[in-house]
Design a protein around this ligand. Sequence first.
Ligand code: NIG
Ligand code: FE
Length: 442
Amino acid sequence: MKQKVDLIVHSARQLLTLGEVEVPSALSISPSCPRRGEAMNELGLIEDGAVAVSRGLVTLVGTTEEVLAQTEAEEMIDASNRVVMPGFVDPHTHLVFAGSREDEFESRLRGTTYMEIMAAGGGIMSTVRATRVATLPQLIAQSRGRLDRMLAHGTTTAEAKSGYGLNVDDELKMLEAIRQLDATHPVDLVPTFLGAHAVPVEFKGRADEYVEVVINEMLPLTERELRENASGASAPSVPFFCDVFCEEGVFSVSQSRRILERARELGFGLKVHADEFEPLGGTSLAVELGAVSADHLVCTPVDEIEALAGSDTIAVSLPGTPFGLGHHEYTPARQIIEAGGALALATDLNPGTCYCESMQIIIALACRYMRLTPAEAIAATTLNAAHALGLGDRVGSLETGKKADILVLDIPNYRHLGYHFGVNLVERVIKSGQVLYRNSGK
Ligand code: NIG
Ligand code: FE
């Protein structure tokens, strides 16, 4: 008797499971851990592969012959000549914002730097002004378009940060926008409170006072909201994070430490924007505090790379950001991988430094400018990215019991991810077992 399931995706030329694999060194690579070192090249590839899905979860993975011998379904998707893989997880986005900043893009092309624009009251503060005047429905409507494009390009789970409100009411408004988008859009969102994204103009020259507001007012209020939502209808509960922009002229290491220590006491998972422009010590701080991730890592000193690599903190690299800024320095990803660090990739989608929804572009950049192999880039955008959100046990690989978040790509082999760029390679996106996007051109 065959087991009846809801959906079978079969005959994939290459099925990338990212699942547990035996490697020649006899070390078993477990999905409960991120991939490190040479293991980042292990994609758990099955030729002529198939996935069976029931109630939104993966029930069986194997060769088409194995899966069809054990299961049957009314809905069958023939993935001949296609690559099938887990949905992308984007672990660092500023998805929710109002307005746009193409004027600053042009100023930068003419020679003004990102930090000069910020010091003159533009940059993040420009988006803060637009976000503060936007109503909740306006904020949701603008952000929903971006979320639709993320899904169409294969992202099935993403992180979304606050950080363009910078006062209690507008930070809560942003987190509410994230909550409503998560509830009404198929892409799963993980919320991050980023009240320490910039010192707002009303606190100019009084950064320490703003840090007190973050610690004493914003953190307790946002924690209450986020905890309520996390343990609400959606079981199992979703983690929530606190992040700080630790940067010269923004928040110092000691200010960042105070905010993150308080957040940790309140039960937030921690993230740090570290070493984007100046090496202040944000990466060491992230490691010391047991942060789930340290993000950006463009100018991270060697000793901090070593410390990061020896820790459980995931290194989240955002190559769309230097690219978006027209810079030439990228995360030293090869050093991180060779030191044994767990590397993930994300878009950093935001209106200032990287207006990009597509993880496929990020893979193309990571291969060229950070010398990742396509396989490493795939591990970094799926399993390792899931671990950067504390969701490594639920998404990021195609294994029994995990969410059936599956991409069917119209490419002959996985190396075309990275190699072939600038067009959408996704043919179908399956989210929790449902086909939610079909590229009509395919
Ligand atoms: O990750 N670095 C800080 N935050 C964003 C940029 C946000 C903005 O410019 O609006 C980043 O690059
Ligand atoms: Fe960011």
